[in-house]
Design a protein around this ligand. Structure first.
Ligand code: ATP
Ligand code: MG
Length: 466
């Protein structure tokens, strides 16, 4: 079945890459592990942090095998050591078939719903029911499209479509609806197309290699594909994924499914959730009659120290439920107060929850690693750095923070372009370093000029994390 799927893959539409380019983790394409799950020093946009990446690789395998339901992982380490990056690496490696729900701890604070309701919804969004279905498609290279205009000038158009594979050729009759979709997709002779037999949907896979020479005037973006082999009719597996949250919303009578589009779901009654759990669980238990049904589940809560005692006890309970996602959390806090209590605890997380977590630690980067990460980010942001500028930026990354140094890349690039340079020089880095303060210089500045700021409270103990 895998082989069949590969040959009939419909090209993905990728609209969002432009927006993603500027994202802080857009250079991360996976965990950079080899087949034996050993991390490569630099791979898939990932640099160093080998032990944590190896551990994350094991978690990834367990998620894929479905052996880890109801378990939770905590990625802990200093700011800027790649905790969020590793979580994104896991998400990338899982691919698009396994949705990965991500949220920041602070997102649960909203006026519209209670904290635990917000968490419940996040959990339900993270649990998906995956339903596999086989459909029949016709896949072939277009030999000829012939459209007959009715002699009277009115009435429905009819026509014929000739499709071939390397082994066979067939003529299909066309109705007006098919003619319309063929012209909408601008299908012409030499295109390789698929037609979904159930819906009549036509997708263009590309142009056949055999026709490559006829069309040397074509744009560079034209994609060439092989003429399909074998039968024209093929079976294709399609996967639908629905999250429990979507099922909840559809079934909660007061809201109706339209709420899915408005996003205005409000609170969902617990009876609705219980009924759905029971139904989904019974379907999953009954795997023999639903061979295509499958559960998938990963929830990532970044900055988990933003949660409070009430939320943590919710997490404890939720992890024990029959339907629970794999929970991945990240924090950069050391021993600190648990929000909503007066107790201190490692990472601000209660001991009983900590006790059930697998903890992955991240550590600060060496100069060489910092240099390498900055190099990858420069490529990602299309900014060229001179050798000396790169050394200075690495130095800044080591002495202030990696994140601050990353921020300077695009700003230095801009300064360089303004003076019509093509390569960022040390001067450009110096310029933006003096324009934008890093955290420690900013604090220093505050201390020196405290009297002229509004709301100056430095007499009170600083940095309460609540
Ligand atoms: N090992 C790495 N390889 C490549 N890029 C990395 C690596 N570690 C961090 N980065 C990049 O450095 C930046 C800072 O890392 P990240 O945001 O993951 O840190 P963090 O540990 O989540 O910090 P915080 O505790 O402040 O949330 C990001 O742009 C991230 O993609
Ligand atoms: Mg982070």
């Amino acid at each position: 079945a895998m082989k069949q799927m590969a040959t009939t893959k419909v090209p993905e539409v990728r609209d969002i890459t432009r927006i993603e380019r500027i994202g802080a983790h857009s250079h991360i394409r996976g965990l950079g592990l080899d087949d034996a799950l050993e991390p490569r020093q630099v791979s898939q946009g990932m640099v160093g942090q080998l032990a944590s990446r190896r551990a994350a690789g094991l978690i990834l395998e367990m998620i894929k095998d479905g052996h880890i339901a109801g378990r939770a992982v905590l990625i802990a380490g200093q700011p800027g050591t790649g905790k969020t990056a590793i979580a994104m690496g896991i998400a990338q490696s899982l691919g698009t078939d396994t949705p990965f729900t991500a949220m920041a701890g602070s997102e649960i604070f909203s006026l519209e719903m209670s904290k635990t309701e917000a968490l419940s919804q996040a959990f339900r969004k993270a649990i998906g029911v995956r339903i596999k279905e086989e459909t029949e498609i016709i896949e072939g290279e277009v030999v000829e499209i012939q459209i007959d205009r009715p002699a009277t000038g009115t009435g429905a158009k009819v026509g014929k479509l000739t499709l071939k594979t390397t082994e066979m050729e067939t003529i299909y009759d066309l109705g007006s609806k098919m003619i319309e979709s063929l012209s909408k997709e601008r299908v012409q002779a030499g295109d390789v197309i698929t037609i979904d037999k159930a819906t009549g949907k036509i997708s263009k896979l590309g142009r056949s290699f055999t026709r490559a020479r006829d069309y040397d005037a074509m744009g560079a973006q034209t994609q060439f594909v092989q003429c399909p082999e074998g039968e024209l009719q093929k079976r294709k597996e399609v996967v639908h994924t629905v999250s429990l949250h979507e099922i909840d919303v559809i079934n909660s009578r007061t809201q109706g499914f339209l709420a899915l589009f408005s996003g205005d779901t409000g609170e969902i009654k617990s009876e609705v959730r219980e009924q759905i759990n029971a139904k989904v669980l019974s379907l999953v238990m009954d795997l023999k009659s639903f061979p295509g049904l499958d559960l998938i589940y990963v929830l990532f809560i970044d900055e988990v120290h933003m949660l409070d005692m009430e939320c943590f006890s919710f997490l404890n309970r939720a992890l024990e439920s029959d339907l629970s996602p794999v929970l991945i959390m990240a924090t950069n806090r050391g021993i600190t107060r648990i929000r909503g209590t007066n107790y201190q605890s490692p990472h601000g997380i209660p001991i009983d929850l900590l006790d059930r977590l697998l903890i992955i630690a991240t550590s600060p980067y060496t100069e060489k690693e910092t240099r390498q990460i900055l190099k990858i980010r420069c490529e990602e942001e299309d900014v060229e750095l001179s050798e000396e500028a790169h050394t200075v930026l690495t130095r800044i990354g080591q002495e202030t923070s990696l994140r601050y140094a990353i921020q300077l890349i695009s700003t230095a690039g801009l300064v360089c372009r303004k003076r019509r340079g093509t390569e960022v020089q040390v001067e450009d880095i110096k310029r933006v370093y003096s324009l934008f303060l890093d955290e420690s210089r900013s604090s220093q500045y505050m201390k020196e000029y405290q009297d002229s700021f509004l709301f100056n409270e430095t007499t009170q103990p600083t940095m309460d994390t609540s």
